[in-house]
Write a protein that binds this ligand. Structure first.
Ligand code: AMP
Ligand code: ZN
Length: 114
């Protein structure tokens, strides 16, 4: 998917501030942070959103959550707490069509979200 922004970030054709990477996942700083810690965790494989996942993706999705928790610890927000969010399609507020999880922390989060 050459025209996908996050595929290009995963391929390092577009630079990003990478905080974690393995063969399946990349995590990098959001370019427009809305919290003191705002990191995007993505699968390197192109999946448009959570709505397009299948049972074949369950290991990958589990891995993303486990690694997000590790990244939270690495970033110093494990004790204070954080939020992991996957905005999905229109009403979910998704603007980039490559599955990504926002890891947000460093300040209290509100509920319900806007
Ligand atoms: P969403 O609106 O949930 O689809 O989230 C997309 C996120 O991608 C937003 O928080 C943007 O600030 C972020 N973003 C867009 N372009 C870049 C980029 N080149 N590097 C890092 N983050 C980006
Ligand atoms: Zn993509």
């Amino acid at each position: 998917m050459n025209d996908c922004l996050f595929c290009q970030i995963a391929a390092k054709k577009i630079p990003s501030q990478i905080v974690f990477e393995d063969d399946q996942i990349m995590a990098f700083k959001d370019i427009n942070p809305v919290a003191p810690v705002h990191i995007l965790v993505i699968p390197k494989k192109h999946i448009p959103s959570l709505a397009e996942t299948s049972l074949e993706d369950q290991k990958l999705l589990g891995l993303i959550q486990v690694q997000a928790a590790r990244i939270a610890a690495q970033e110093g927000i494990a004790e204070s707490g954080y939020r992991l969010v996957a905005n999905t399609r229109g009403d979910g507020g998704q603007t980039v069509g490559h599955l990504h999880y926002h890891l947000l922390g460093g300040r209290p989060m509100q509920w319900p979200p806007g």
